[in-house]
Every structure is written in C-alpha cells, then in structure tokens.
Design a binder for this molecule. Sequence first.
Ligand SMILES: [Zn+2]
Length: 262
Amino acid sequence: MPEGHTIHRLARLLNGSLAGKPVRASSPQGRFADGAERLDGLTLLGADAWGKYLFCNFDSGEVLHVHLGLIGKFRARKAPIPDPVGAVRLRLQNGAIAWDLSGPTRCEIISPIEQEQIWSRLGADPLRSDADVAAARDKFTHSKRAVGALVLDQSVVAGIGNVYRAELLFLCGIHPARPANSLTEEEFAQLWSETVRLLRLGERMGRIVTTDPAEIGATRSRMKAEERLYAYHRQICKRCGSGIEVLKIGGRPIWYCPSCQP
Ligand SMILES: [Zn+2]
C-alpha cells in the first residue's frame, strides 16, 4: 500500500531517469488519451512529492498530478521497452525507460496554481526539508481527537498511511486513543523524529520495515515479511508477545499492543 515513502521514492526515480529531457506520453488504456497528448513531447522539469501526492512539472507549465490511492502502481520498464501490460493509464518514456501508471485514483493535468492549492491543504511532510513541524505540533496541542486519527489526517501530517500509523505509535509507546493534546512536548518530538527516520528508511528500501535488526537478529534486507513490523495486522506483539488489539480510529482499523502502548 503506497504511503509517503513510496511517492518520494517515485519522485526521486522519475527525476533520475526522465527529468531534463523530452518525454513521450501515451495512454495505452485510453482513459487519459487527451492528457497524454498534451504532455507528449514536453520536457519534464522535475517530479516532486508532498505526502501521498505526486507532481510532475513540465516545461509548458503543465503539472501532472497523480494519487496512487490504495492499489495504484507506477512501474519502471527498462529497455528493450516491452508493450504495456494490463490497464496502463499513462506511459511516460524516453529511449531508455518507460514508466507505466496503472490504477491511480487521480491522474490529471493541473495548473501551478491548483498545485499550490493542493499543497496548502496538506500538513507537514516529514520527508520534505520545508516541513512545517511547528504547525503540526500546534494542531496536536489544540486537538482533543485521538492521536491515532490525527496521525492519519493528511492535513496534519502528510504521508503517513495505516501501516506507518500503527508502527509509529507502537514505537513511541503511545496508545492510539489518547487525545492528541495529552502528548507531552517530548512525546511529540519523539513521534516526529521516529516518523522522519522510518519514512526515510522506507524511501531508501522501497518497503516498510520498522523492526530493529538487533532485536530480530537479521539485517533489514534479509528479514522475512513476518519480521518487518511490530504490531500492524499482527495477532501477537513482535516485541513482548502480548495479544494485539484492534480499534477503529480515523475510519480505519489500528492494531496496537496494550502492554507496549498502555
Ligand atoms: Zn508489546
């Protein structure tokens, strides 16, 4: 499931392989034929991510806005570039590589002003150097909502999805139903720094790993899928062995350990 780390990784890879040169754009599936036609032949100036939103800026001023949603994928196909497989909404390519977008919830061309409007609605992104941490802390200080709801609210912190939410609150020992304004300054600071650390790690690895290699006895890249998370979607806490419990907070289930997160 794509969370902020996936989108930032995508932006980095798109910049490395497509930016600075004209790209060919097409919509093999046909649903984005008009948009692809507008982008075809333009030079990609750069891709940028904010939370779970991806923006590709072209030299014409047009901005491609993509949101992968729960099942969207943006996959690289290296030369010799194969024919598109499945329902590919958009293919961006040069001679060396093609990027195939399938199943996004959003794929549209917007203006720079509309891009600014989307940004202004999004909260601090832990993976951006311009993240407004003070604004995020303020929203916590002034909210009685459950911390589990605030962490998932993209207008407060942009980029955390359901997996990172459960794991971050686990690592910080915070019960997900606690009111956000009950967090101490130290707790918020730890929550923020853990978020930055884990999302950066996920961006580098291309997958979510939150467990400590020393605790598991394996490097992160050698861990089995079952060893990569402490609480999310588990029955038993990976750290203490207690039974994991589930609550519905912020509209989605959150798994937590009642012993590690009293
Ligand atoms: Zn536990």
